[in-house]
Design a protein around this ligand. Structure first.
Ligand code: PLP
Length: 399
């Protein structure tokens, strides 16, 4: 079957919840992807901040194959070795004490919300606690995650939400204070907003949040699903500022291609929130996905991923700054490490489509922003190639 036939069949069979680019991706190698017709693409999306190690990492693939032959799944009613190993490794890199594995990011958010509500419930015996979330945030598509997502367009058709959610502005501490009541049990935010347009939380804001949370025994929940796992040059973005959350979520690059997420908490929350019977998951933390986590964390260290993100991220930053100077259609640029955005005055779809024609995979974050979230193993040469193609696209798209 041709690529076009697959695309037509897809549109007949799959629910149309994505406006997909007109290519069928078939295989990957390092930082490159190939479509069904054998066309090669330089990938600056990595499955949206997932494939940190690049495609076809031999050690990673071998570890997964070995685990398939050994044991794919057991119920969480029994222990399994990869889950224990993965949890210990995660404790070490995150500094968090208690871990629950999920199948996705949205589920990690659901768990974080439940843990926060239960913590507050055990304190005062009431059930009408409130959570403060940020405007322009994105936390996932399930009902709880949607409820704390600060984009009314995503929520509207699915009302009512879970309730008792209030919204504040990222980096505006007074807007947060204005939403705090006696019923506030948690404040949730992405340390660096991803889908909302690559907005990093500022150090002062995070520190003030931490202080308020400490003073009032409110739980600080940091969503590190996109910005975590090395993407900012730190294993988790908050580690740059030393502002430790009470609960943290992870997913995306945690499994580097297998569906897995986690919510993690400090011992204080762990000792006074979810207990046996409160929460569960059939697949969550099964041996297969946990073998992936173990290998991912091992390879992060072995391949010096954080160092590469810092260096190549700085280089990407310089190169994108040059674009801002050279092109009137670009308004500004922001981001950190290998999570950066170019903010245009107009929609970026024509640029992204041109790039695809020229063998470069890019993605937007909102209509006017190109988001750069490549595999964390990219090199300066890859950045140079991307910039060269992007410059051609900007010329031809004539924005
Ligand atoms: C992608 C994302 C989610 C949702 O993760 P899924 O695995 O798609 O459910 C939640 N929060 C942030 C910050 C994300 O980027």
């Amino acid at each position: 079957m041709t690529m076009q036939q697959y695309i037509e069949d897809a549109e007949k069979a799959l629910l149309h919840t994505y406006n997909r680019y007109q290519i069928v991706l078939d295989k990957g190698e390092g930082v490159h992807l190939y479509d069904l017709e054998g066309k090669k693409y330089l990938d600056f999306v990595s499955g949206i901040a997932v494939f940190a190690l690049g495609y076809g990492n031999r050690e990673y693939n071998d570890a997964l194959k070995a685990q398939i032959d050994k044991l794919l799944h057991t119920s969480n009613y029994y222990y399994n070795v990869p889950a224990v190993e993965a949890a210990k490794k995660l404790q070490k890199v995150s500094g968090m004490d208690r871990i629950f594995f999920t199948n996705s990011g949205a589920e990690a958010i659901e768990g974080a919300i439940k843990a926060a509500r239960k913590y507050a419930y055990l304190k005062d015996g009431t059930t009408d606690h409130e959570i403060i979330a940020m405007e322009h945030s994105f936390h996932g598509r399930t009902m709880g995650a949607l409820s704390v997502t600060g984009n009314p367009h995503y929520r509207e058709a699915f009302e009512p939400m879970i309730g008792n959610i209030r919204f504040a502005q990222l980096n505006d501490i007074d807007s947060v204070k204005a939403q705090i009541t006696d019923k506030t049990c948690a404040i949730i935010l992405e340390t660096v907003q991803g889908e909302g347009g690559i907005y990093p939380a500022e150090e002062a804001f995070l520190k003030e949040l931490r202080a308020i949370c400490d003073e009032k025994d409110i739980l600080l929940i940091l969503d590190e699903i996109q910005c975590g796992m090395g993407r900012t040059g730190y294993m988790f973005a908050w580690q740059k500022y030393g502002v430790k959350p009470d609960i943290m979520t992870s997913a995306k690059a945690l499994g580097c291609g297998v569906p897995v997420g986690a919510f993690m908490m400090t011992e204080k929350v762990g000792q006074s929130s979810l207990v046996a019977g409160d929460h569960g998951s059939t697949y969550g933390g099964n041996p297969f996905v946990c073998a992936a986590i173990c290998k991912v964390l091992e390879l992060f260290e072995k391949e010096n991923i954080l160092e590469n993100v810092k260096q190549t991220g700085d280089y990407l930053f310089e190169k994108l700054e040059e674009l801002v100077k050279d092109y009137d259609c670009i308004k500004t640029h922001r981001g950190v490490g290998l999570m950066q955005g170019l903010i245009f005055k107009e929609p970026v779809a024509p640029v992204i489509n041109k790039a695809l024609e020229k063998g470069l995979i890019l993605i937007n974050a909102g209509s006017n922003i190109i988001r750069f979230v490549p595999p964390l193993i990219i090199s300066r040469e890859n950045v140079d190639e991307m910039i060269m193609i992007l410059r051609e696209c900007l010329k031809e798209a004539a924005l």
